[in-house]
Design a protein around this ligand. Structure first.
Ligand SMILES: Cc1cc2nc3c(=O)[nH]c(=O)nc-3n(C[C@H](O)[C@H](O)[C@H](O)COP(=O)(O)O)c2cc1C
Length: 390
């Protein structure tokens, strides 16, 4: 069957392809935010309000999209962020994403709640890989993943700190979403009317592994009943700065704190030994009344930009968005849904298509902004809403 994802002209096209292939429940789980989707929409609105200020008559015939992150060159200013359901969207979707990232020359971040053993993804996916950590109620069991990721050879650990309680996602309850995914009377019709997903993803797990996908990177005691597994997977709301110190002592390589928005928290993360922070609201999922990361970025850069690496995410859908993030001082931009839509539509080629679209859009926007490389982009290349005349 021909791969339609190659016909996608923008990320929205990939989103529509993902919507058609996935069940409604899984698509909304991926696509929506929380509560009233205000933060989700606001992430986009905040990016759209920022304008680029181009400079003319620079030779832009040889544009270099490379950046250096934690001492290593990458070919695009992007990182694929951790997204738990990649392995539900496509058979071994995490490996597909890792491969797409490796081919594009950018880092891939593996989520805690992935369905393929981390060692396999690292070996098969190749490239630069980071591991993301959620801390569950059973802290000691959660920390087993840190040792495992260290021994496997992940280059960075991403500690997510904006998820201490379950998100308020009423649509997930209405749609009958369960994790690990199970086919229940509630979601049976939704599953049957999406045969490409039912056979192509769930069916493949059953054929290849003999069961529905399971969490393969969380130490869940084998004898727990499904309801107890859900209890085990409750996030830990006691997380504090001492815990960051503990992780710093355990992790010898790059340590990144994900979900920081206040400049003082970024400074504190640096003081506690983090190498980087990700200015993020979890793609609009964490807090529906929260600030957009692009609006929080300038203060974080002013406070901590000299000391640590600063990455931003949430709502980046166009190459021009990425340039706005870099102009406001970010060292790189994380994308979550764009490559997840791509992998949902068509596996690795779909994720690669998402990255090609970003590559082409960044390249074009660099030209019209007068930028031969990304080291040349400065605060002078953006105009914030307050700077515009009414
Ligand atoms: C469906 C979905 C699952 C996610 N799972 C995780 C996760 O397991 N761990 C984590 O730190 N962030 C997770 N995130 C947040 C992403 O890493 C990232 O911060 C966010 O998607 C960026 O926004 P964007 O989707 O608008 O690009 C998830 C996001 C989505 C949409």
């Amino acid at each position: 069957m021909s791969d339609l994802s190659q016909k996608a002209l923008n990320i929205e096209d990939l989103r529509q392809m993902a919507r058609r292939r996935l069940t409604k429940a899984l698509f909304q789980f991926i696509d929506r935010g929380s509560e009233d989707d205000i933060a989700l929409r606001h992430n986009r609105a905040a990016l759209e309000r920022i304008k680029l200020m181009p400079r003319m008559l620079n030779d832009v015939s040889k544009r270099d999209l490379g950046i250096t992150l934690f001492g290593k060159r990458h070919e695009l200013p992007l990182v694929i962020g951790p997204t738990g359901p990649a392995g539900y969207a496509w058979y071994r979707g995490e490996t597909e994403l890792a491969r797409a990232a490796a081919k594009a020359g950018i880092p891939f971040t593996l989520a805690s709640t992935s369905n393929t053993p981390m060692e396999d993804i690292l070996a098969v996916g190749g490239g630069t890989q980071w591991f993301q950590l959620y801390v569950w109620r059973d802290m000691e069991a959660s920390l087993i993943a840190v040792d495992r990721a260290r021994d496997a050879g992940f280059e960075a650990l991403v500690l997510t700190v904006d998820s201490t309680v379950p998100y308020n996602r009423e649509f997930d309850i209405r749609n009958g979403v369960t994790f690990p995914v199970r086919i229940t009377p509630r979601n049976l019709v939704d599953t049957i009317v999406h045969p490409r997903w039912m056979f192509g993803t769930m069916g493949r797990y059953v054929l290849a592994e003999g069961h529905m996908p399971r969490y393969r990177n969380i130490e869940i005691p084998g004898e727990l009943a499904p309801a107890e597994v859900r209890g085990f997977l409750t996030k830990n709301d006691t997380l504090n700065w001492d815990f960051l110190r503990r992780i710093r002592d355990m992790w010898p390589r790059t340590l990144i704190v994900k979900g920081v928005l206040h400049p003082d928290d970024a400074v504190k993360a640096a003081e506690f030994g983090a190498d980087g922070v990700i200015v993020s609201n979890h793609g609009g999922i964490a807090n529906d009344a929260g600030i957009a990361p692009i609006d929080a970025l300038p203060a974080v850069v002013a406070a901590a930009g000299e000391r640590i690496t600063i990455i931003v995410d949430s709502g980046f859908r166009r190459g021009s968005d990425v340039l706005k993030g870099l102009a406001l001082g970010a060292d790189a931009v994380i994308i979550g849904r764009p490559t997840l839509y791509g992998v949902s539509a068509a596996g690795e080629p779909g994720a690669t298509r998402a990255l090609e679209i970003f590559d082409a859009e960044i390249r074009r926007t660099m030209a019209v902004t007068g930028l031969p490389d990304l080291q040349s982009v400065t605060r002078d290349h953006v105009i914030l809403p307050g700077q515009l005349s009414a």
